[in-house]
Design a protein around this ligand. Sequence first.
Ligand SMILES: Cc1ncc(COP(=O)(O)O)c(C=O)c1O
Length: 390
Amino acid sequence: MDAIQSPIVQVIGDLIRQVPGTISLGQGVVHYGPPRAAIEAAVAAVADPATHEYQGGLGIPILVERLNAKLKAENGIDAGRGREVMVTAGANMAFVHAVFAITEIGDEIILPVPFYFNHEMAIEMAGCRAVRVPTDDHYQLRLDAIRAAITPRTRAIVTISPNNPSGAVLGESSLREVNALCRDRGLYHIADEVYEYFTYGSARHVSAGSFAGAEAHTISMYSLSKAYGFAGWRVGYVVYPDRLASAMMKSQDTILVCAPVVSQVAAAAALDAGRAYSAPHVRELAEIRDLVLRELAALAPLADVPAADGAFYILLKLNAGSATVAAGRLDPMAIAERLIREHKVAVIPGPAFGMTDGCYFRVAYGALQKETVAEGIGRLATGLRAIAGS
Ligand SMILES: Cc1ncc(COP(=O)(O)O)c(C=O)c1O
């Protein structure tokens, strides 16, 4: 554990608590809560004795049924044919189960950089190695780099689309190439699709699990945390090839037994509300995203902000003035701390996502109302100019 990075959101959260009035563009959550019907279902479930008992490890039948229907209709995944669905306590747990299920100690899993920090943490906790590979200037996959990173110990390639922390929506052709590469080289393709509903403009989400022949080697993971404002209820789900069923259940039974039953009942009601529930919120986020991109673009040439068509993140690169660089003052963690202490705005420093070659910060715009985001971005721009503009 000593070798594994500390949860950065908690580290930044501690700093925020020390400086009241800080606007947090840090944590990756949405500003809305669950559908009303989900809360009502949870309240009703409290009176049901089944809520208080252990239930099957795969998930309660009414939820699994709805997930199967959703996967078929929206993701092009027929979970009944050679695959299985499991409800987990969030997609983080799904990832841990998958790593346990497919690796031995010393194995490698390829993570395109930037990655989601908990993925790297899970791989290292399992005694495996997270192999970082670069992406291009727009945070799109580089197949040459991925191919070159494969060794006899490689077990899987992870893709996250839409991406945390970059906001990039990965191109369908590159996802197809990764999926085919995994098939040809006997690897798993772990596709994290937690932000599937959060795309803007003409960007479209595509599920790797829908590609022909993908069922035998693709592990697809999803979450209700973002789509339904469900983060605290801890409900996610994962689809995997049948041959992993026994290994996945061993991990599930040991760590969780079953996802919290009351949360599963609420989740089933949320799925009834469906994608339509998040649609207006995503439209609202699209406006906030425009505002954020516009304001941050004005920071050029001090900062580069590549287009981000999905999720609710922007990964900006700080190109500080020569005096700052010469003075060695371009440490992202130190700058993040100064932004909080001196400018009352919080962002997440890039090294948490594997961005160590340059000074990067993730800006999250999902958790706040438009006016607050605008105020936060204003503080960020002022802060970056003051700290690194010389
Ligand atoms: C890419 C990605 N995967 C997984 C998760 C975890 O989601 P959950 O709340 O379902 O565990 C997150 C949460 O921020 C995420 O950004």
